[in-house]
Structure formats: structure tokens, C-alpha cells
Design a protein around this ligand. Structure first.
Ligand code: NAP
Length: 527
């Protein structure tokens, strides 16, 4: 049963009069129940409570926080099929995707729990005193990561579970020891409410302070803006559009105390096709990339939106095969009418640009909210000169760039903005002759892929999901994998602090037996 209310800590509240409804894109109609937008007063209450809860929660041991994260995963599982049904109702995504995304969400929570249990994430570094040092004695310094403070998380429309209410950003912030306020995504507010109820049950069962987690509804910018501006809030996690992420980043910078906004935004994920690879496997590559372009109606931030090659008979063969494959794939439903309208507008705008021609489109009309995939092409020179072609078209869309030679290929890569991923398709050691292209690509991306597709983001410690702006606002961090915790901590040093008053992680005895760097040497030994 969906209440449509906001959770301020464990309190369900709906003081506001602004209501909205979520949408079922498959049925092309609003869902019947109403969601109540949080008021500004409720925003303040949530922020006040988050600050109080933070004081207690940040002091909890890694093991205690791990129990909480594991309990969240268990409570989400307890929601069973009703959560999956709501997910599908509010997103139009198929059941298989819902099951997969739930598994990923539980996996992320459990991975952060394990990370906390090892304790190494605090990166304890100890430099012991040298009272005899000349000309001045050396002090005892001990450094570790500590939680930043209350964090606001804006979930993504395209991942109602894995990047939303108890998704990667929330798991990372809670793991760090931060209290969290979620600004629920209006497209899947009820899925969000169900997950929020699971988080709060887990908080209650594991003895977490009230206010460690809140979930506020809104459709429109005000609630999100007020959260970002609230003095109690110390960091923001965001996944979504460049427009939204940049607006929140700018807003945070206007505060008297600016705070970090870790936004993961748009990307066109360039794919470089090298000539020999095309010669030998144009047909296979075309099939593979048609699948990747249309996967999930192209609603992935890692969708291959740009395919770059050197004009040749082989590239022509590839584009022909890609066109055939693309036309054979049945269009599927997008998340929401707004997203499908934006897709139609943006792909038409791209097609209207000078020198652009159509490679493949769906000729039959599609049902409302369905995405009719499109592939277009343009020369390298035209692409470089036209910034309108550099933007993400969110949906099943790709632009093939035909370069005159290797120098132009390099220039195209150099002209790109920051990206989440870059892919090189190469035959054997062909890539060795394209080192300059690869080096240019490395400057632009967070992850470089060899002979694969960019869609499919493995959740593991070595994953880097982020990249130079505008892929993300801070390329030094990842939004996926346990290192995402680093966005929500700050390093902190104790100087000459009495051993008994130090946190466990820094005590001489190393009671948690964690790996530390002591006088430059990594060790689990006590001092
Ligand atoms: P979005 O429009 O950027 O919204 C994400 C969240 O941020 C929502 O909760 C939204 O709240 C809030 N928000 C956005 N702009 C804001 C502002 N100026 N002030 C305060 N809050 C703001 O992204 P989306 O809804 O997920 O999808 C819309 C478009 O984003 C898509 O069509 C696609 O182009 C892009 N997108 C990109 C990625 C990616 O990973 N690259 C992922 C998803 C979507 P309200 O809606 O309540 O304002």
C-alpha cells in the first residue's frame, strides 16, 4: 500500500497540498494514487534530523554500519514481487530487468558492508613521533577517513533501484557514516517509498538513530534546491542529466559554505573502429553494436552514442550491416513520455544538422512512449565543426563519424568532451599503430574498453564509473564500486593525541587488525 507520503526519519508525513502521480508508460496513463510533495518546512525538518542523527551514526563502528547495510538488503528482498511489480508499473521496464537491478542493488549494499568489515577503507596512516629528531622534534601524526556529514542523494530515472533510494550513492554515503536524505525521483516515487520503508525497517532493527535516512517526494526543482542549499547538508550525490547536475553544482557553489556535488551526467561513449578489425569482422561488430545501442531502449549512460572510423569500403559494409541489424530490432518502451519526447526531439535535431545523413531508422509508427531507434552519419570534419553533434541523445541512437584518415580520426577524438567510457575495436596488434589516438582517448574518458561494448557496468572495486567533465563533476571519483565511499569522507589527522582517546583504527594496538601504513610501511601489526 503506497501512502504517497514523505519519510522524515521514521515519521510518515504529508503536510503539503501539491500532489502528483507517477506514470505507466506501457499503458500510457497516470497511475491512480497520489504522491504528496514535501513542503519547505519538511525539508528543514529532514535536514535538522539528519544533522542530529549524523552525530551518533558517524561514531558507529564499521561492523555496526555493515549490519545496517546488510539488513537493508534483506528488507528489500522481503518486499518480494510487490516491489518488482511497482518497479515495472512506474518504469515500463521488463520484469527480468527489475529482478536483475534488484540483485545488483542488494549486491552493492552487501559489497559496502564487506568493505566496512575489512576496515581498510579508512586508509589509516601513522607517522610516529621522533622526539630526538634535529633540528626540531617530529610530532606523532595519525590520519584516517571520517564521514563528511549529511548527504543529499538525487536518484536517476533510468535505475529505479540501483541508482536510486537505496542505490549506489546511498549505500556509499551510509557506509561512510553519513546520514542521507533522498530526493526521490518523481517518475518512480512509489518504488522509492517501498524501498525507503525497507531502509527504515532495517534502521529500526539494527538500532540506527532516527534521521539516519529520510525520503522526500517532489516533482519540480524547489525541494531539491532547498536541500542543496540547507546549511546542514555537506555533500550531494546525483545521477541524471547534464542540465540538472550542473544546475545543482552551480547552486551548491553559491552557498556561503560551498559543498561538493558528485554528479554523474551525460556521455556519448565514443567507440573507435580500427580498419583491420572492420575488414575481418564487420558483420559481427554490427550485430554486437546494434544490440548495445538498443539495449534497454538506449537508456543507459554508457550507451555507444558515437562510432568513429576511417572512411573505407569496410566501414561502408559495417554501416550497411548495422542498418540491417538496427531495423530488425523491435522498438521498446521508454521510461516516461518526457524522456521519449526528448529522444524524438534530440534525434530529429541531430538529423537536421548540415552534412548528416540517415543510416537506419524504423519506418513503421511505434506505440506511444516507444523508442524508434536511429543511426545517422557525418564526416569527421563536419563533426569537429558542429558542437550540436557532440551532445548525448538519450535513447537508442548512435552517430557514425567517417574520418578521411588517421589524422582526422585523432582530431575527432581530441574534439570530444569528457566521457564515461571510450572503446577501441582492434584486430590483434593493430592498436599499436594508433597510440596517439588511444592516448587522446585516454585523456577524455574514465574507462577505456578493448574489443567490447561500453554498456554493462561491472560492480567491483576496480571499476571507474565517472570521467572528465561533463561525464561527471569530479573525475577523481567513481560512482560505482566500493571506492564510491571516498566521495563522502574527508581525511582527518590527530596530532600527539593520547592513545586511549584515539579511534580504534589508529590505536597502537590496532584492535581491529586493519591494514595501515605505519612509518611508510603497510602492515596489520600493532605498534
Ligand atoms: P534529471 O532531469 O537530471 O533529474 C534527476 C533528478 O534531479 C530528479 O530528481 C530531478 O527532480 C532533479 N533535478 C533536475 N534538475 C534539477 C534542478 N535544476 N534543481 C533541482 N532538482 C533538479 O534526470 P532524469 O529525470 O533522470 O532524466 C531526464 C534526462 O536526463 C534524460 O532524458 C536523459 O537525457 C538524462 N539522463 C542521463 C543519465 C545519465 O546517466 N547520463 C541518466 C538518466 C537520465 P525533478 O524532476 O523533481 O525536478
Amino acid at each position: 500500500m503506497i501512502s504517497g507520503k514523505n519519510y522524515i526519519g521514521k515519521l510518515l508525513t504529508a503536510k503539503g497540498s501539491t500532489k502528483f502521480k507517477t506514470f505507466n508508460p506501457l499503458l500510457n496513463q497516470h497511475n491512480t494514487w497520489e504522491i504528496t510533495e514535501a513542503t519547505i518546512e519538511e525539508v528543514h525538518q529532514a535536514a535538522e534530523l539528519a544533522a542530529v542523527a549524523f552525530k551518533t551514526y558517524a561514531q558507529f563502528s564499521g561492523k555496526k554500519k555493515a549490519t545496517f547495510l546488510r539488513a537493508i538488503a534483506e528488507e528489500i528482498e522481503v518486499l518480494g514481487d510487490s516491489l518488482l511489480e511497482m518497479y515495472c508499473t512506474e518504469s515500463g521496464l521488463p520484469l527480468g530487468r527489475a529482478i536483475g537491478e534488484r540483485g545488483r542493488t542488494l549486491g552493492q549494499l552487501n559489497a559496502f558492508a564487506s568493505h566496512l568489515e575489512t576496515g581498510d577503507w579508512v586508509e589509516a596512516t601513522i607517522d610516529t613521533a621522533q622526539p630526538e629528531r634535529q633540528p626540531i622534534p617530529k610530532v606523532d601524526l595519525r590520519k584516517m577517513n571520517i564521514a563528511l556529514g549529511p548527504v543529499v542523494v538525487f536518484g536517476a530515472s533510468n535505475f529505479p533501484l540501483a541508482f536510486s533510494t537505496a542505490g549506489g550513492d546511498v549505500a556509499a554515503a551510509l557506509a561512510a557514516g553519513c546520514s542521507v536524505i533522498v530526493k526521490s525521483h518523481p517518475m518512480h516515487a512509489s518504488t522509492g517509498e517501498m524501498v525507503a520503508s525497507a531502509v527504515l525497517k532495517a534502521a529500526h532493527k539494527t538500532g540506527m538513530p532516527n534521521g539516519v535516512f529520510s525520503n522526500l517526494n517532489s516533482k519540480g526543482n524547489e525541494v531539491g534546491e532547498q536541500l542543496v542549499l540547507h546549511p546542514n547538508v555537506k555533500a550531494v550525490g546525483f545521477t541524471g542529466s547534464l542540465h540538472g547536475g550542473r544546475a545543482l553544482y552551480n547552486l551548491a557553489a553559491t552557498r556561503s559554505e560551498p559543498i561538493p556535488v558528485f554528479a554523474e551526467m551525460g556521455s556519448v561513449n565514443p567507440v573507435v573502429l580500427l580498419p583491420n578489425a572492420l575488414k575481418n569482422s564487420a558483420k559481427n561488430l554490427a550485430k554486437t553494436f546494434a544490440g548495445s545501442i538498443t539495449l534497454g531502449a538506449g537508456q543507459f549512460c554508457t550507451n555507444p552514442g558515437l562510432i568513429i572510423g576511417i572512411a573505407s569500403k569496410e566501414l561502408t559494409n559495417f554501416t550497411k550491416s548495422l542498418a540491417e541489424e538496427i531495423r530488425q530490432i523491435a522498438p521498446i518502451c521508454m521510461l516516461h513520455p518526457n524522456i521519449s519526447k526528448a529522444f524524438q526531439t534530440n534525434k530529429e535535431k541531430a538529423l537536421e544538422q548540415e552534412g548528416v545523413s540517415l543510416i537506419a531508422a524504423i519506418s513503421e509508427p511505434v506505440p506511444p512512449n516507444y523508442a524508434d531507434q536511429m543511426v545517422i552519419t557525418v564526416s569527421g570534419l563536419r563533426f569537429i565543426k558542429n558542437p550540436n553533434l557532440h551532445h548525448e541523445v538519450f535513447g537508442p541512437f548512435s552517430l557514425i563519424i567517417q574520418c578521411s584518415d588517421q589524422t582526422e580520426l585523432e582530431a575527432v577524438v581530441r574534439s570530444l568532451e569528457g566521457q564515461l567510457t571510450g572503446t577501441v575495436i582492434s584486430d590483434n596488434n593493430e592498436v599499436a599503430a594508433y597510440t596517439t589516438v588511444v592516448n587522446e582517448l585516454r585523456q577524455k574518458v574514465g574507462r577505456i574498453i578493448f574489443n567490447g561494448v561500453p554498456t554493462g557496468v561491472e560492480v567491483c572495486p576496480s571499476m571507474l564509473h565517472g570521467g572528465p567533465y561533463p561525464a561527471s563533476t569530479d573525475s577523481r571519483f567513481t560512482a560505482v564500486g566500493v571506492d564510491a565511499i571516498k566521495r563522502f569522507v574527508r581525511p582527518f589527522s590527530f596530532q600527539d593525541w593520547p592513545n586511549e582517546l584515539l579511534p580504534e583504527e589508529l590505536k597502537n594496538e590496532n584492535p581491529l587488525a586493519i591494514l595501515r601504513t605505519v612509518n611508510g610501511i603497510k602492515t596489520t601489526k600493532s605498534l
